[in-house]
Design a protein around this ligand. Structure first.
Ligand code: ARG
Length: 417
């Protein structure tokens, strides 16, 4: 494959740094291939250092895009409205970032005249699927390279390769980390043993709940149409609000997720996350939605949410069904406006108060105090009809049982006689 220029999605870590050298060696075809890098700031920090490093290692251009705002506005608002949790636990932090990275990769590849995009994913994870499905849909003319999937170097070989080519090898991390505003995914090392408790050093902002302060912290989150807009009465943008909550809920050990997970490629893995803001916001949002929705909406919404999370996890952000589900989710969220009060304490964010102008809670009907407006006598006829199918079925079953017993009886008698 003769390539002229490759745009590399570059994190600044060891793997993608090696790729900066390896791509020209592997795909150069004698004529040499240029490598440009793209690093997105999604709240993980260190992007300017990554840019410097890329240029030092021979990148012809090193692009950096601050995409935090866009990530929050286009992706995280939807994740909140959809109560987005894969398999009931993972707030999709890595999964949500990939389609945005793919979009920018396509834009910058076209802009700088690259004929291929390279990513640093292995062949065992979901991220290769997410990048390649999105890039394949958005830019079928571009080649996608996954050199890490091809090169098959183990850790020692990779370190030797890096040393030989003057790639700085930082202090060796025990874990493989992917981080952005919405959370931190922590893998590898001793976490691969599902029986072992994740050690404290795996986490960056969530403290172990037993070490959290003995005094709870109360936080009030205001939502408009399912999107958080203020913290403790102070209006703020979503990026700022998430950063504030990561620190505040993290301090109380909220948002540690430790679960077995089913990957798209068929593997079952143990995954550890810390997502204090995500867990707090989804907990709050879900409760506010319950306050404002009818029983029918509240019964269907979790099913749609689950499907949404599944699509996002499985790399199908650019699949039309995701947009169709978004339309439903946005419609339900039109009335999810109000405030939720949570108690952050020893690893938990528990809703302790909720209020909304759209609340369907009617205290004059629900109260057990004297003078309730609820007409209890109406319940008599209601229960009669509500229970009718069950009574009919029960009577029919009973009739059969009685008949069968009767038919069985003479035989039984002859046998015993
Ligand atoms: N299991 C998570 C996911 O598939 C986390 C992946 C973390 N990625 C990484 N490069 N360390 O979304």
């Amino acid at each position: 494959m003769a390539l002229k220029k490759v745009l590399l999605l570059y994190s600044g870590g060891l793997d993608t740094s090696c790729l900066l050298k390896w791509i020209p060696e592997r795909y150069g075809d004698g004529d040499g291939v240029e490598v440009a890098t793209l690093t997105l700031d999604l709240g993980q920090g260190g992007v300017e250092e990554a840019k410097e490093k890329a240029l030092k290692l021979g990148a012809v251009e090193a692009f950096v895009v601050d995409a935090r705002q866009e990530f929050a506005e286009r992706f995280l608002t939807k994740a909140i409205q959809a109560n987005g949790l894969y398999q009931g636990g993972y707030p999709l932090s890595t999964a949500l970032a990939r389609p945005l990275m793919a979009e920018y990769a396509v834009e910058y590849a076209r802009r700088c005249g690259a004929d291929a995009i390279a990513h640093g994913c292995t062949g065992k994870g979901n991220d290769q699927v997410r990048f390649e499905v999105s890039i394949g849909a958005l830019a079928p003319e571009l080649t996608v390279l996954a050199p890490v999937r091809e090169w098959n170097l183990n850790r020692e070989e990779e370190l030797r390769y890096a040393q030989e080519r003057g790639i700085p090898v930082g202090p060796r991390s025990k874990y493989s980390i992917d981080e952005n505003l919405w959370g931190r995914s922590i893998e590898c090392g001793e976490l691969e043993d599902p029986w072992r408790e994740p050690p404290k050093d795996a986490f960056a902002y969530a403290v172990p709940p037993e070490e959290a302060p003995d005094a709870p912290d109360y936080v009030e989150i205001a939502f408009e149409r399912g999107v958080p807009v203020a913290l403790d009465g102070r209006e703020m943008g979503l990026v700022e609000l998430i950063e504030a909550l990561n620190a505040r809920a993290g301090r109380h050990g909220v948002g540690i997720v430790d679960m077995m997970e089913d990957r798209v490629v068929g593997l079952k893995t143990r995954e550890v996350y810390e997502c204090p803001a995500a867990v707090t916001l989804i907990t709050a949002h879900r409760e506010l939605e319950r306050l404002c929705g009818t029983i029918h909406e509240n019964e269907l919404k979790p099913l749609i949410d689950q499907k949404w999370a599944e699509l996002v996890y499985k790399g199908l952000w650019h699949e039309p069904l995701r947009e169709a589900l978004d339309a439903f989710i946005a419609r339900v969220n039109q009335k999810v406006t109000g405030t939720v009060r949570l108690k952050l304490y020893k690893g938990q964010a528990r809703v302790v108060g909720r209020t909304s102008p759209h609340a369907l809670y009617a205290p004059e009907l629900a109260t057990y105090e004297a003078g309730s407006a609820f007409e209890q006598q109406n319940a008599v006829g209601f229960v009669q009809l509500w229970g009718l199918p069950t009574r009919l079925a029960w009577r029919r079953r009973h009739a059969h049982t009685a008949q069968e017993a009767q038919e069985a009886q003479p035989q039984t008698q002859t046998q015993t006689e």
